[in-house]
Write a protein that binds this ligand. Structure first.
Ligand SMILES: Nc1ncnc2c1ncn2[C@@H]1O[C@H](COP(=O)(O)OP(=O)(O)O)[C@@H](O)[C@H]1O
Ligand SMILES: [Mg+2]
Length: 283
């Protein structure tokens, strides 16, 4: 059942004994808003090397993403695409090299939580929504990531937070499914919900690993529209094998091969590149 709207002044303050609750969420967006992007570059990777037991997953990788850009990353399996995202999000530490968010945030010195709070959101290939909770509750939890599940659901949302969730529900086209348990959504809808769970936190940089894998054609088309509408306000890095999808969204494409950048340019440019055809696109 839907709750009756309660005037804002009647709402209890959020349950927040340590006094870190909304500030912690706020810190993320405040820090993100204060992100220093004076040179127009939101992400800088320079000379990144990652090896696993002697196997080089990334080799002297250099990659720059501009503010508001929608960048697609393509390349054969094992090229290092996911490892690159792991480096950006702090899950994997590079052996050496520079990784900066904006001009001043050194990602190699920040924890995964600090990186997420500074405004980098990541979507993995498999959706990880809470199936027993409603669509709305999933978004609510994502907005209050600093608390345990039950503390989060007990804590009241502010009017601004509710408004943000409604906005995101409209963006991901799940308004009419807001009270539906997430477990009953289609695979595509779960993916959209997970994107929504990133968007409520208003990240400046979104990392999306194979977002349209397993989607229907209609869902893939909607994802393309969605990403195009998110670009400029956000910067996006999208790893995808679906060339039709890449062609419909990308400003700029980077081809990774054996842990380094093999080619970069428009999709047409990289598709015409002999080396790219050789290692990835085939003849
Ligand atoms: N944790 C790990 N331990 C050992 N090898 C790994 C690990 N993660 C990735 N690799 C290897 O690094 C290479 C790059 O993997 P990955 O980044 O997943 O490639 P992609 O996402 O482009 O398919 C692969 O050869 C993979 O087997
Ligand atoms: Mg991968």
């Amino acid at each position: 059942m839907r709750a009756t709207p309660v005037p804002e002044f009647m709402l209890e303050p959020a349950f927040d004994p340590a006094g870190t609750g909304r500030e912690a969420v706020g810190l993320g967006s405040a820090a993100a808003k204060g992100l220093d992007v004076r040179h127009g570059t939101i992400l800088t990777l320079e000379g990144i090397n990652v090896s696993f037991d002697g196997f080089k997953a990334l080799t002297d990788l250099n990659l720059y993403i501009g503010v508001g850009e929608l960048r697609c990353i393509i390349g054969p399996n094992g090229a290092g695409k996911t490892t690159m995202m792991d480096v950006i999000t702090g899950k994997t530490r590079p052996d050496n090299g520079h990784a900066y968010f904006g001009e001043t945030l050194d990602l190699t010195q920040m924890s995964e939580v600090e990186i997420a709070q500074s405004g980098i959101g990541r979507k993995f290939q498999k959706p990880t929504v809470f199936e027993a909770l409603s669509v709305f509750e999933n978004l609510e939890l994502a907005l209050k990531t600093n608390k345990s599940v039950w503390a989060s659901l007990r804590a009241k949302l502010s009017a601004a937070q509710k408004e943000r969730i409604d906005e995101v529900l409209a963006t991901i086209k799940l308004e009419s499914a807001r009270q539906r348990p997430a477990g009953l959504l289609s695979h595509g809808q779960k993916q959209f919900l997970e994107i929504g769970m990133l968007l409520v936190q208003d990240p400046q940089l979104l990392l999306l690993d194979e977002p349209v894998a397993g989607m229907t054609d209609a869902e893939t088309e909607f994802t393309a529209e969605l990403f195009k509408s998110l670009a400029r306000k956000h910067s996006l890095m999208v790893v995808e094998h679906d060339m039709g999808f890449v062609g419909s969204i990308a400003d700029h494409v980077t081809v990774l091969h054996q842990g380094s950048v093999l080619a970069e340019g428009s999709l047409a440019q990289v598709q015409a590149d002999e080396r790219v055809i050789e290692v990835y696109l085939g003849r």
